[in-house]
Design a protein around this ligand. Structure first.
Ligand code: F0G
Length: 457
């Protein structure tokens, strides 16, 4: 059979509220053309993020009832610890309420002025936490990783040469750790190959550096390795994941992605002294070491979710459903990052709306139009998110102008996705009418969350 069906049945449903175009025009205006200000009940299909938006399984809900809510030494923590250790192999498993809390702790301990953190591409919260500590964050994606129109198996890879050059330039003594984000979210949800992880490890070894993995989407990355990298065809997802982590000294994790839960995360590592320092910060900011800002039931749901995410039937459906959306858009000549990533499709706004210059945020304009036409919520990943200003206040644009359609896990069916395809096709047909946008108000850090926009006259 050629149709890959959802490997689950639906037991509980949540109603979608439909809105009219007129309503959406008012809603979008009231939201200052920023999708983060739109109320969820005003959204028909929500592709803002794949983070914390998963549908939990019956087993996860059942395990929540078993949550042990003891302040210290809860059973749920030990189950969580066992599962995380089985997958990652790390010695210390530190629960946190989400990914950025793990980042905050790690960079509070290791960051500070004069420190540098290179990565294939830091996610925005990772970068923000590094910069907030006074340190500097650097991205070294490969050339092909920055070219949306070129296909490649592992476009999330680190540019090993550039990494090594950078280490020599700033000095290994100023680099507390090197980071690898798998899959590479900001680079299009593209995977990192096992070979690249191994080579990054070799460079780290050469200069005595630690390697940490930002593991949010480790299972999706492992599935791509299985499908695309020779030698891994017959290995299980767990085996591949274990090998990925075996090259690292630790990881940060947002369980809101491949943990298949709505909240949670962790920080894990092997180093005794680092773990002690991190746990001390954890106790001040998140909670005691056996719950870290989570309820016992949340730890249960993560433990169960991490078991389920390793199932190949699930990953096959997951990766295929994202690919299906990508394929249909490509068939309509709509420019996207190719090949499709693991958790999202990224529309290439530069090619979609070439008449809008980066200073007028073409991605944001497409985001608004998708909402107006179809009630679909997406997010710009371009100069709104990553743009900076030079000394004269002129925008330094991001390397790419993208619109992300992030697919929540186990939430939407194929007909929802077919609807999304139709809406995008329609927006694309009328793309010449898309108008440039400007920022009216913004914060100095992570501005995309709260910026207010208007159309350019
Ligand atoms: N690292 C990566 C690669 C991420 O994608 C995210 C979150 C985080 C870290 C932070 O985790 O949200 O649990 O604090 N990404 C979400 C997204 C927000 O929409 O891509 P968090």
């Amino acid at each position: 059979m050629k149709t890959i069906i959802e490997p689950f049945k639906i037991k509980t449903v949540e109603a979608i509220r439909f809105t009219t175009r007129e309503e959406r025009e008012r809603i979008l205006k009231d939201a200052f053309y920023n999708p983060f200000f739109i109320h969820a009940r005003d959204v028909i299909i929500d592709l803002l993020t794949d983070s914390g938006t998963s549908a939990m399984s019956a087993e996860q809900w059942a395990s929540m009832m078993r949550g042990d809510e003891a302040y210290a030494g809860s059973q749920s923590f030990f189950r969580f610890e066992r599962v995380v250790r089985k997958i990652t192999g790390f010695k210390y498993i530190i629960p946190t309420h989400q990914g950025r809390a793990a980042e905050k702790i790690l960079f509070t301990v290791l960051g500070g002025e004069g420190k540098y953190f290179p990565s294939n591409t830091h996610f925005d919260t990772t970068r923000a936490n590094i910069e907030f500590s006074g340190a500097e964050a650097y991205d070294f994606p490969t050339e092909v990783g920055l070219r949306p129109e070129i296909k490649g198996d592992f476009k999330g890879n680190m540019d090993i040469e550039k990494l090594e050059q950078f280490i020599k330039e700033v000095g290994p003594e100023n680099i507390p750790l090197v980071m690898l984000t798998v899959t590479n979210n900001s680079g299009g949800g593209q995977p990192v190959s096992m070979q690249n992880i191994r080579e990054t490890r070799q460079v780290c070894d050469k200069y005595g550096l630690k390697l940490f993995i930002d593991a949010c989407r480790f299972a999706e990355n492992a599935y791509f390795i299985k499908k695309r990298e020779s030698g891994y065809e017959t290995r299980s997802i767990l085996e591949i994941a274990r090998e990925m982590f075996s090259y690292a000294d630790g990881c940060t994790m947002s369980a809101k992605k491949d943990g298949l839960v709505n909240i949670g995360g962790f920080l894990a590592m092997n180093d005794d002294e680092l773990a002690m320092k991190c746990r001390n910060v954890l106790i001040v900011t998140e909670g005691f070491t056996t719950y870290g800002g989570l309820a016992g039931r949340d730890l249960e749901a993560i433990a169960q979710g991490l078991e389920e995410v390793l199932e190949e039937d699930y990953l096959k459906y997951r990766i295929r459903s994202v690919e299906y959306l990508g394929e249909k858009l490509v068939e309509s000549d709509i420019p996207i990052i190719e090949p499709p990533g693991g958790h999202a499709i990224y529309i290439d706004a530069k090619r979609f709306a070439p008449h809008i210059p980066p200073e007028q945020y073409p991605g944001q304009s497409i985001v608004c139009e998708l909402y107006l036409l179809g009630g679909i919520r997406t997010v710009e990943i371009g100069s709104v998110m990553f743009g900076k200003y030079d000394k004269n206040g002129k925008l330094i644009p991001a390397k790419m102008e993208l619109v992300r359609l992030a697919i929540p896990r186990r939430v939407y069916t194929q007909s929802h996705i077919d609807y999304v395809i139709e809406v995008i096709q329609e927006v694309y047909k009328n793309r010449k009418k898309l108008r440039g946008m400007k920022i009216i108000e913004e914060a100095s850090i992570l501005r995309h969350f709260t910026a207010k926009f208007g159309y350019v006259d």
